[in-house]
Design a protein around this ligand. Structure first.
Ligand SMILES: NC(=O)c1ccc[n+]([C@@H]2O[C@H](COP(=O)([O-])OP(=O)(O)OC[C@H]3O[C@@H](n4cnc5c(N)ncnc54)[C@H](O)[C@@H]3O)[C@@H](O)[C@H]2O)c1
Length: 465
């Protein structure tokens, strides 16, 4: 397999880097200043050559795929699009390929093609693990949206297949490529500015509830049975919201708020902020896995034995607070009741980082004590950095495909932190605390809870490895 060279910016100008490293960047305003702005035009110009584009097949052409491909389109040739909604695949093909891409209802047609080496998966969460595993087995490299799994067992399967196939997989946790915010926060941690970490907090926001969402006719353009795929066969539901573009439904976008298709906020935003917490602990050498989880959550419906009693409305958590204990008196708090972001507290200092700001005394201290020149690069595993932060995560993936390297959002660390999100979900559903054996990847002494480590797949949608 050959991959066309993409001209990535290998290293950054030293003066620009120094300016960035010295800046306090304590406010959202500073964040909007691209710290390597002078290199962007040449990167964009070099990449305009059609020859430098890589052919990609897109599976799931909804909101996020539109955003992602729009971001990276200058490097990509969209040659195939699969979606179970004809309107979505047709609109996507027209927008990103001028109608040239082949359109499919069944994504397996893309995996069968020898002329496509890279795949983007942006289906709903219940449709990530199966096509990702099949894509790897078909010899494709994949940029797959978060969260990669619905269960801890699915994570084991993905790790196994990735090890066996050696395919390159980037998880769509793009916060790992925001140099001015999350990567810089990690550089502070890795440089010891916070000391030993005592607590990390992921504030992931509250989740919505809904009234009854009535059964509705299936839109003629939608193959509802394949949209459901591995999950139980249930009716399509839809409730228009006058004055709002977004209806209440158990389908497009709103699947996030139903446990059949998602883990709710715990995996939707947990996949981003718990990931940063986990990254910080690991960079600080605090690598041991979790021991236990305690806390509580509110659901918008009644639960019995871990399952919602009412089937006709949103059922994932609305409010939550969990404490995950790690060896050495370290804890991770996942909460919904405060400003979205990550608070990292060490015995020498504390920082808060979100999508809009990076603040705290260790950040202010950068004026007098800048980080070493290679601090950001080290955290970014020495990989080239594309300094348009909107595009950086895709640039990282494409570079790693070309060079056969592990991307910045790797499968292994994603699974470590997603296990924690899934455990919190099990604890929320059962309404009790859990002890965890991280080596065996089992809940200790709780058979009922252990049954939530996997889910049955609907007949015809099993995962074959
Ligand atoms: N990284 C981020 O910040 C971020 C932001 C938003 C969404 N996401 C993730 O992206 C994924 C998609 O979310 P979205 O908001 O775009 O949802 P969406 O409902 O808008 O899009 C999903 C698309 O997948 C299609 N689909 C469903 N089953 C399919 C199948 N078997 N084969 C092909 N297509 C299928 C649907 O018809 C729909 O067009 C989710 O996993 C979500 O967590 C990530």
């Amino acid at each position: 397999m050959t991959h066309p060279k993409i001209p990535f910016q290998a290293t950054a100008p030293t003066t620009a880097r120094r300016m960035f490293l010295k800046s306090t960047v304590a406010t959202g305003a500073a964040v909007s200043v691209p710290y390597f702005g002078s290199t962007q035009s040449s990167f964009a110009a070099e990449s305009k050559s059609k020859n430098a584009k890589m052919s990609i097949g897109v599976i799931g052409a909804g909101g996020m795929a539109n955003g992602n491909i729009n971001t990276a389109k200058e490097w990509l040739d969209v040659v195939a699009v699969a979606d179970v909604d004809a309107k979505h695949r047709e609109a996507f093909g027209a927008k990103f390929s001028g109608g040239k891409a082949d359109l499919y209802e069944d994504y397996r047609a893309i995996l069968d093609r020898d002329d496509i080496d890279i795949i983007h998966i942006a289906t709903p969460d219940h449709w990530h693990t199966k096509p990702l595993i099949e894509a790897m087995l078909a010899g494709k490299d994949v940029y797959c949206e978060k969260p990669l799994t619905l269960t801890i067992d699915e994570g084991k399967k993905i790790r196994e297949v990735q090890k066996k196939t050696g395919r390159i997989v980037q998880v769509g946790t793009q916060q790992r490529s925001t140099f001015n915010l999350f990567v810089k926060a990690m550089a502070l941690v890795a440089d010891g500015r916070l000391g030993r970490i005592q607590q990390v907090q992921a504030a992931i926001g509250s989740g919505p509830s809904s009234p009854e969402v009535p059964v509705a006719p299936i839109p003629k353009e939608l193959n509802w049975d394949r949209w459901l795929g591995p999950t139980p066969k249930v009716p399509y539901r839809y409730l228009a919201q006058p004055g709002s573009q977004r209806a209440k439904t158990n389908c497009h976008f709103e699947f996030r708020w139903w446990y059949d298709y998602s883990g709710g906020k715990l995996t939707d935003w947990g996949a981003h902020h718990v990931d940063i917490c986990n990254w910080a602990l690991k960079l600080n050498g605090q690598t041991a896995g979790p021991l236990s989880i305690s806390g509580s959550a509110k659901h918008p419906v009644e639960f019995q034995d871990g399952y919602p009693v009412q089937k006709d409305r949103y059922n994932t958590t609305t409010q939550l607070r969990f404490t995950v204990k790690y060896p050495g008196d370290t804890e991770l708090i996942i909460r919904s009741d405060t400003r979205s972001g990550v608070l990292i507290t060490g015995d020498k200092g504390r920082i808060f980082v979100s999508r809009g700001s990076l603040t705290g005394k260790p950040v202010e201290d950068l004026v007098s004590q800048p980080l070493p020149e290679d601090a950001i690069s080290k955290v970014y595993k020495g990989l080239p950095m594309e300094f348009n932060e909107r595009k950086a995560h895709w640039a990282n993936f494409l570079h790693c495909v070309r060079e056969r390297k592990e991307p910045i959002s790797d499968v292994h660390s994603h699974m470590q932190m997603l296990n924690v999100c899934h455990l919190a979900g099990i604890s929320a559903r059962l309404g009790r605390d859990l002890q965890w054996d991280d080596t065996a990847e089992q809940i200790v002494g709780d058979d009922q809870a252990n049954r939530f480590l996997s889910r049955p797949y609907r007949e015809g949608y099993e995962i074959e490895m």
